[in-house]
Design a protein around this ligand. Sequence first.
Ligand SMILES: [Zn+2]
Length: 795
Amino acid sequence: MLKPAVLKHRRTTLERVEKFISEIYFTDCNLRGRLFGASCPLASLSCFETSQRIPYEEAVRQEFRLVKVGDCFGSTWQTCWFKVDLSIPREWTGKEVHLLWESEGEGMIWRDGQPVQGLTREGEKTSYILTDNLKETDPHSLTLYVELACNGLFGAGKGSMIAPPDPDKKFSLQKAELVVFNRDVHELLVDFEILLDMAKLLGEENQRSFQALYTANRMVNLCDVANPSTFAAVHELACSVFGQKNGESQHVIHAMGHCHIDSAWLWPYDETIRKCARSWVTVIRLMEKNPEFTFVCSQAQQFEWVKNWYPGLYSTIQKFAKEGRFIPVGGTWVEMDGNLPSGESMVRQFLQGQRFFQQEFGKLCLEFWLPDTFGYSAQLPQVMNGCGIHRFLTQKLSWNLVNTFPHNTFVWEGIDGSQVLAHFPPADSYGLAGCVEEMLKTVKNNRDRGRVNHSAALFGFGDGGGGPTQKILDRLRRMKDTDGLPRVQMSTPDRLFTALEKEKAQLCTWVGELFLELHNGTYTTHGQIKKGNRECERLLHDVEVLSSFALAQKSSFQYPSAKLQHLWRLLLLNQFHDVLPGSCIQLVAEDAMRYYSGMNLPWPLREASRGPAPHILVVNTLPWKRTEVIPKAGPGGSKTLGANSFLNLPLQVDGSVIMKNGLVRVCLDTLGRVTSLCLMQPERESVPEGCCANQFVIFDDVPLYWDAWDVMDYHLETRKTVAHLLKPLEIIQPGGLRGSVTFSLQISEKSVLTQEVILDAACPHVRFQTQVRYACNLLWKLFPLLNTPIPVYVL
Ligand SMILES: [Zn+2]
């Protein structure tokens, strides 16, 4: 019998469907409330806490004490090992059975001595599938272990995510039980969610919006939540919409699973090792259940960590890598900073990374993968080309504060004309949830959609790990080819870039640096890390040069290849994009400094100088001629090599100083400011008239968002000159091979600056050695910026 049609009001119909799947409203009678069936408590739960990150074998030998759901554990950075004894009820035969675990902190489930799945509430992983169809012959009693790290996906910031960690934070266990999981209800919930989003987001002007809404409404009519036999027909209705295909012109989105794991940031390096294992083992579980699922993964260092600490998991990863589903990308040792490392370091990032990928996975990476780094040097295209890479992916420039970058797909040209094909995923994220909204944004936000018809969508929780979930995959599956939505296909970087390369002739070219209009404060934050990086870059370079000389002279010399590789890898690790820029917590900065100090032993020199009599060896390790004064440490204190006097420093009656060495002349006024810096032959002044260099100034430093990361342009409006002379100019070394002058300035009540200005004979440069005792205003917690602008003529 034909039922009479009824009027449908758009808003009430939308809300009716929303309430049917709501997590908050009507859960006693809606579909969401049926996601889980029967439940039963654990047979027993006990715990052992430790401040160390210890292996499984050691942990399970410890003494465990009984605990219960609702208890608190920790504090921050501790680890709680839980012994979970469970007994599945016999009457659950034929059901899908999960262990439901909701706690703060990040967990790893161990089963039969192997890591099997990560648990994190923030990453929507609170359920471990014990069986998807319980059989009578299956073991019903088993023991699992949960290794719970007392830190969240984003560390343990006190008050806000990027605040320093709260050392006293406690971590609670809210739920630990066995449940029956109704897979058919889950599938229907995803059906409804996608249809609802289509109805809402495609808009009233779009026919498909109404088709999706009316179908969802019919599904609610048909679905009897208390009678699962109605579910199949409801699902069929949804499939009738998802099965209607697009025309050929529809945009293609290359979806790839991803899990951005900062190698250290709001947590230390050691925790990252466990983050990798938790995230990647979960990816493997998803791969076993979803044959189409692909996952891209960068940073050779993280692979090496997992290889060393989780060999069983690593061999499974290698198996899926061979199938082309777990896909190493990037080609570098870590996702490094894109501006601060030297050219040599940039090359070494690729050398160490590509070598590792070649050795472990049998192939080199074809794409450079740097989605989260704060800007990209114009040198990089040349370095990439030299390392066999012609493709580049990032999304960070979407963080620009003022200007919107004009392209998503373009040719990026470096300083020497080298070119790479660059792609910025248009959803402006590397951690998508696979929602309709993100896929529509990927098309709408694509600024090159007239030129190319392909783009990337990277899905999965990230920054602190986590990765994709089953629900994300289920969402994407429904958008594979559904009329009205972009075609969302599971893909690989190679497939994406191959498709883009076909349209290369249409693309615009961007020449030079990719500058990020944010986070420029990271060029000064944690100056000790920058200094350590540069010193170790120089040291490792010099060691290689000297070792090469030694080998050339004596063929039996043992070139320290293994040791150099180890040290280079440590240095490259510290160039990670939250470590070298200084955007990490103090714990990470301490690790970084420890790695630098371990490197800072002049061991090859020491070994070379082993012998009956001490020798002095002067070697220029740079590829150009240098004339410099070299200090020599001797029993009578510091001496200089050579004896000729070239230099003298007259102190003027007004307290100023003129320094001259025949090449340059420097005039310092009574406050130590450089009023003149002149090249003598031909005479050329560098400091503009009326200006002075080496003048110290302070600025307010209150950014909009990220304190240690950002210096905003408006700080320039708060300039205050430091002009309180504490100690007047005094000549320390009056001449000969070296002349120097020192003075002190009072910056504030407790902050003092002392500087030594040094001019050497025969050297066309002046050196400034500055020591600052810098105390903040504790009352206001203000850390003003101290700066010394140097205005110069540049020809
Ligand atoms: Zn990052």
